[in-house]
Write a protein that binds this ligand. Structure first.
Ligand code: DGL
Length: 265
């Protein structure tokens, strides 16, 4: 069986690639809902509906374990999926998200009293990062900034416009003197160096956190690990294929990959 990696689009390839580099022996199925990206401004009900469709697809295509690389899906749909969807439809499968391992990583790299979170509007509104950070350190101050322009700029080759936009999103974090910053969106690990150049505090980038957390999870769960295939093969499925998507995918994985168009509905 495979490890599924789900994202609303292609940004999750940055995290998938880091996972595959750390754990190259397993088989993977990447699913990007490129037809309906972005999820970041949608309602919780819609994000949950789309995430359930993606989970069904991945489980029906032989995934034992699914990583919700999409922070928006993790923030808005993971808990409900784990509590309601999985026990009902796929009780022997597992789904893991981004928020808990990222919140853990914040306090593994220091003991900040004030943490900044950059994320999509839906992730910010969900309060998921605030909940998980405060759960680990009661009283920690969390300064959230919704950064809705970053994903469209990154997805549309808008690199040259990023500077002033990022400056603007970083300003409230700098003014609040945060002591660590969470990049709480799949795409933002592509900006980690730009963020690090603007502020001298630990910047938690999920491509540097999730692979190790997954390796640790698999060590602690041999009953899941022993079901995983080990031929090192990866398939990439998306819900729409455009020349732009193919360019972005090649840029993110530093290689040309075959994107297979599939239907989730
Ligand atoms: N994948 C989303 C996330 O990590 C970003 C793109 C979107 O808004 O769908 O939050």
């Amino acid at each position: 069986m495979k490890i599924g990696v789900f994202d609303s689009g292609l940004g999750g390839l940055a995290i998938a690639r880091a996972i595959m580099r750390r754990l190259p022996e397993y088989d993977y199925l990447y699913l990007g809902d490129t037809k309906r990206v972005p999820y970041g401004g949608r309602s919780q009900a819609t994000i949950h509906e789309f995430t359930s469709q993606a989970l069904s697809y991945l489980f029906e295509h032989d995934c034992q374990l699914v990583i919700l690389a999409c922070n928006t899906a993790s923030a808005e749909a993971l808990r409900k999926s784990q509590e309601e969807y999985l026990p009902r439809y796929f009780p022997d499968r597992r789904v893991l998200g981004m928020v808990i391992p990222t919140a853990e990583a914040v306090f593994e790299s220091g003991d900040p009293n004030r943490v900044g979170v950059l994320a999509t509007s839906s992730t910010v509104e969900s309060g998921a990062y605030v909940r998980e950070l405060v759960h680990r350190k009661p009283g920690v101050d969390v300064v959230q900034v919704a950064a809705p322009l970053l994903v469209p700029l990154l997805e549309n080759d808008g690199g040259k416009y990023l500077g002033p936009v990022l400056d603007d999103y970083m300003k409230p974090l700098q003014e609040a003197s945060v002591e660590a910053i969470v990049l709480g969106c799949t795409h933002y690990c592509l900006l980690k160096e730009e963020v690090r150049n603007r502020i001298a505090v630990p910047v938690i980038s999920q491509d540097e956190v999730i692979p190790e957390k997954l390796a640790d999870y698999l060590c602690r769960h041999p009953e899941i690990e022993c079901r995983l295939g080990r031929s090192g093969h990866t398939d990439y499925h998306v819900t729409d294929v455009t020349p732009g998507a193919m360019r972005l995918a090649a840029q993110l994985v530093h290689d040309s990959i075959i994107l297979t168009r599939v239907d989730l509905t």
